[in-house]
Design a protein around this ligand. Structure first.
Ligand SMILES: NC(=O)c1ccc[n+]([C@@H]2O[C@H](COP(=O)([O-])OP(=O)(O)OC[C@H]3O[C@@H](n4cnc5c(N)ncnc54)[C@H](O)[C@@H]3O)[C@@H](O)[C@H]2O)c1
Length: 394
């Protein structure tokens, strides 16, 4: 019989909902899970309606004391979905109590916090996880598999963008625009995802950021009204303003260890793009192209084909027999969405906790730390207008 895993969820915002949905659905679709999550306790801030969230999503208990919750003997997995500044403390407390910990991305708001989390995880010798959920979008997992199968050969170019446009001047000064709460702006929010995806799909590590630009276009924003959080930012009519101390956009160039060159661009001011999160990877034998706004497809160019007929293939990634994760879902081409990546991740976390192999690797704290180092190098490169080797950062 599958073992049960009592989960404590720390945070009740946007990611609070995606993770709750994942725990709620995972055992219904992945019917042979070796471990099954039990939605034990949901933590909310004192200004949130903790009971309403708890009962809506089917958690058994509601808590406004995260410290007591993460240390409780009844809890087997602590899952942290609070703003970036509040990943480290609950993670360290949970690790000290010997509990496996999952946290949303980026690993932390700062490299120093992230380093402490990696060290604590090493000491605790328990599994850790970071919810870089796009790895578990079937098209991205398929790209990972095709690279491993040698279908694109030696990689020359990696081109990644994460473009959104919700960050105009009316968008209030939520936690995502405050350095002490978020660490950085579009960079830690969006570049974090595409750096993780680039490392994941290529299987290679970035060794140098050769140049970067960080820009804050909107230097003051209306103060957020009471209760406004950051997940789905509501526009405000408030006239009082506060200073923004994070980037709206960060662009950088990088080199991979095996020689590929890469570009990354993240912005909240790409007017017209709502959530264009994508990559293009060009290799000797082929190329891959992914755009999250069309997430049920992966484009593949096979450079070994007869040039007379070679062309981009627009592969629909939902044939249950062959495509990663899809066997757990609907019949072929019955289209998957954003939330499925989170349910897929919950399934993989349950596999790791039961010492079974996930469909594709789940980043632990040490893995996510490598992404954090790249992010830090890009900010430093932008500030100092100089290349930064990743090895220069501990
Ligand atoms: N994987 C993804 O696709 C994805 C998407 C969005 C956010 N995230 C990450 O998830 C985490 C949470 O983001 P979210 O969008 O759920 O945020 P949110 O603002 O919607 O929710 C944040 C939660 O943390 C609590 N909180 C604690 N301290 C807070 C503070 N000072 N200000 C505001 N809320 C505070 C809130 O009460 C709320 O329950 C962040 O680390 C973020 O980077 C990941």
């Amino acid at each position: 019989m599958a073992k049960t895993v009592n989960v404590a969820l720390i945070g009740q915002g946007f990611m609070g909902r995606t993770h709750s949905n994942a725990y709620l659905k995972v055992a219904k679709f992945f019917t042979n899970l070796p471990a099954v999550p039990v939605m034990h306790t949901s933590f909310g801030m004192k200004n949130e309606d903790c009971n309403a969230f708890t009962s809506r999503w089917g958690w058994q208990h509601c808590s406004t004391d995260w410290e007591k919750t993460v240390r409780s003997e009844e809890i087997d997995l602590v899952d942290i979905v609070t703003p970036n500044y509040m990943h480290m403390e609950p993670a360290l407390a949970a690790l000290e109590a010997g509990k496996p910990v999952a946290t949303e991305k980026p690993l932390a708001g700062t490299l120093a916090d992230a380093r402490k989390m990696v060290e604590a995880a090493k000491q605790a010798k328990v599994p850790t996880f970071v919810w870089y959920n796009y790895r578990r979008v079937p098209a991205v997992a398929l790209a990972y598999q095709l690279v491993r199968e040698g279908r694109i050969g030696r990689i020359y170019h990696v081109r990644c963008v994460y473009l959104q446009d919700w960050g105009g001047p009316d968008t209030p000064l939520a936690w995502r625009f405050q350095k002490k709460l978020a660490g950085s702006g579009a960079h830690g929010d969006l570049n974090a995802h595409i750096v993780d995806m680039a490392r994941f799909v290529t299987g290679d590590e970035i060794v140098e950021v050769t140049g970067a630009i960080a820009e804050t276009f909107i230097k003051e924003r209306p103060l957020a009204s009471a209760g406004a959080t950051g997940g789905i930012v509501q526009k405000t009519k408030s006239r009082a303003k506060g200073r923004v101390d994070v980037d709206d956009a960060v662009l950088f160039l990088a080199r991979f260890r095996k020689g590929a060159v890469a570009s990354f661009e993240a912005t909240r001011l790409a007017t017209g793009y709502k959530n264009r999160n994508g990559f293009e990877i060009h290799g000797e034998k082929g190329a891959l192209r992914f755009n999250f706004e069309d997430m049920n497809y992966l484009d593949f160019y096979d450079n070994t084909e007869d040039p007379k007929t070679a062309s981009w293939r627009h592969i629909i990634v939902t044939s249950g027999g062959n495509h990663p994760y899809v066997g757990a879902w609907w019949p072929d081409a019955h289209i998957l969405g954003y939330e499925h990546g989170f349910v897929n991740q919950a399934a993989d976390i349950m596999h790791v906790l039961a010492r079974r192999k996930p469909v594709v690797p789940v980043p632990d704290f040490a893995d996510a730390y490598e992404t954090q180092r790249v992010l830090e190098a890009a900010l430093l490169s932008a500030k100092e207008r100089t290349p930064i080797k990743i090895s220069e950062l501990k």
